[in-house]
Design a binder for this molecule. Structure first.
Ligand code: AMP
Length: 498
């Protein structure tokens, strides 16, 4: 097995590694470090948790230790898709470069330009940045990228998800052709392949197979769920989720709920909050201070339930959790392994429960194929209502839509906010409430009178008057059959005269 001491790293870096308690390099490190130290380009196909950050920071520090920074011309650049990841990479530099004299600057949004400008002016060895903020600095003329010797693109697939590829291409073109490029991505989408073919030269390709095993300490279960009606799937599914959380009771110390869609992240978090659960969402569209606050709260135990999308949760260093709930079966089977790996860490027990709709059954097959076992089926904690009552309930209290609604007022007019609608479905026997039953005849009557109003207005033709009281000539215009509009009968001379 390769040892760190076999890798030609700077002795001061080796000392820091030893202090960090690492015994041996991970496969991505063993594969990438030697090539990176030789100055070659590296294409690392690896996800978070494989030790990929050290696989580029360790050789970078070793190479940068020889040489000095010049004002406004950073010597190396690490691009990260999010501020959190950029901050984590910066922390890694602090850990591994603590015995080496190197300067670094973190260029991320939410921090004043002034401070960052001052750091760049002094000259930095390592610049860690998100693409947007880096280009902002560049355009303000405060930064030159012509001194870049090493450029790292971290989590390229996530950059693609977030629409940063044009920025990345631009940044590549601003750096010298002779630079060394270390490029990391968890997956190789065609667009990523294109970028690597364009900007990397003869890279050492190091591919780490995705983790396909799940820890034995994680108890896994799946609940098969079919909505009573398609338009009620969202609210009924959220109810199943609540019941699953309730069933686990005190055992839920903290949990992450994963949703496939960003909109669901928001809806699920909002709905849980309405029902009194301590939950908050995290996804890419939230503003930075909100994301930081939510994550800090979750890390320090102030927040119990984090509702997340895969993209937002990927790469984030969150503590081990007692439970993972998959509101949806993930579309990529590997994401399942990654999601549930958030629980049951370091030999601790954890539980992962997934909700599977008929639509998700194929994805579930893929997950079971990957983890090579059948996941235990749990009974749906929400018992189906007796047929008659369920049908009546469905007819009386339809859920309008599951998407964020533009018109909240129109929904609440009927006294049917989302929580109220869900509360109705949450009743053990969802029979219609007395006021709903009473509502039906009223609604019918209203419809009847509405129809009558329409007929009346058609008969009288009043509704066509558009308020022009003096325009009696056109009162007769109801068609071109028996009723000839009066203006047609007028001669040209008369018309001119009128
Ligand atoms: P990363 O994939 O870079 O996010 O790293 C995941 C975690 O693995 C981090 O907490 C690192 O501190 C840790 N780590 C990185 N390299 C090693 C290693 N060789 N041995 C043990 N832990 C490591």
């Amino acid at each position: 097995m390769t040892k760190f001491t076999d890798l030609n790293l700077n002795p001061k870096v080796l000392k820091a590694i030893e202090e960090a308690g690492y015994e041996s390099p991970t496969p991505i490190q063993a594969g990438a470090i030697p090539a990176a130290l030789e100055g070659r380009d590296v294409l690392g196909i690896a996800q978070t948790g494989t030790g990929k950050t050290a696989s580029f920071t360790l050789p970078m520090i070793t190479r940068l230790a020889r040489g000095r920074a010049r004002a406004r011309m950073p010597r190396s650049l690490v691009l990260c898709p999010t501020r959190e990841l950029a901050a984590q990479v910066a922390e890694n530099f602090d850990t591994y470069a603590k015995h080496v004299k190197l300067t670094k600057a973190l260029l991320i949004g939410g921090v004043s330009f002034k401070e960052q400008d001052a750091a760049i002016d002094r000259g930095v060895d390592v610049l860690i940045a998100t693409p947007g903020r880096l280009l902002d600095h560049f355009e303000r003329g405060k930064l030159l990228l012509t001194g870049i010797e090493i450029m790292v693109v971290d989590e390229a697939d996530r950059m693609l998800d977030m629409g940063f590829i044009p920025d990345i291409e631009r940044i590549f073109s601003l750096t010298p052709f002779t630079r060394q490029t270390l490029f990391f991505s968890a997956t190789m989408a065609p667009e990523i392949e294109r970028i690597t073919n364009t900007f990397l030269s003869g890279p050492e390709r190091v591919e780490i197979a995705r983790q396909a095993t799940t820890s034995e300490t994680i108890e896994q279960a799946v609940v098969m769920f079919k909505a009573s009606r398609k338009d009620r799937e969202g609210s009924e599914k959220r109810r199943v989720l609540r019941e699953l959380i309730n069933q686990e009771g005190e055992a839920v110390k903290n949990a992450i709920i994963f949703c496939n869609r960003k909109t669901d992240v928001d809806i699920v978090a909002k709905s849980l909050k309405k029902y009194g659960y301590d939950a908050a969402p995290i996804h890419g569209d939230l503003d930075q201070s909100q994301r930081t606050k939510t994550l800090d709260g979750f890390r320090d135990g102030a927040l119990k339930i984090l509702v997340a999308s895969d993209v937002a949760a990927r790469g984030l260093d969150v503590p081990s959790v007692s439970h993972v709930f998959n509101f949806d079966v993930p579309g990529h089977a590997e994401d399942y392994v990654h999601r549930i790996g958030r629980t049951g860490r370091a030999g601790r027990d954890g539980k992962a429960i997934t909700i599977c709709t008929p639509r998700d059954e194929k994805a579930l097959d893929a997950v079971e194929g990957l983890v090579q076992k059948q996941i235990n089926r749990l009974d749906n904690p929400v018992k189906p209502a007796p047929r008659k009552a369920a049908a009546k309930d469905a007819a009386d209290a339809p859920e309008t839509t599951d998407k964020p609604k533009p018109s909240r007022r129109s929904r609440s007019r009927g006294g049917n906010s989302e929580a109220a609608a869900e509360a109705q479905t949450a009743a053990p026997t969802p029979a219609p409430a007395p006021e709903q039953a009473a509502e039906q005849p009223t609604t019918k009557a209203a419809n009847k009178s509405d129809r009558a109003d329409k007929q009346d207005s058609q008969k009288s033709g009043k509704s066509r008057g558009r308020g022009r009281k003096d325009d009696r000539r056109d009162d007769k215009v109801v068609g071109m059959g028996d009723h000839m509009p009066s203006f047609i009968a007028l001669s040209f001379d008369e018309r001119r005269a009128s």
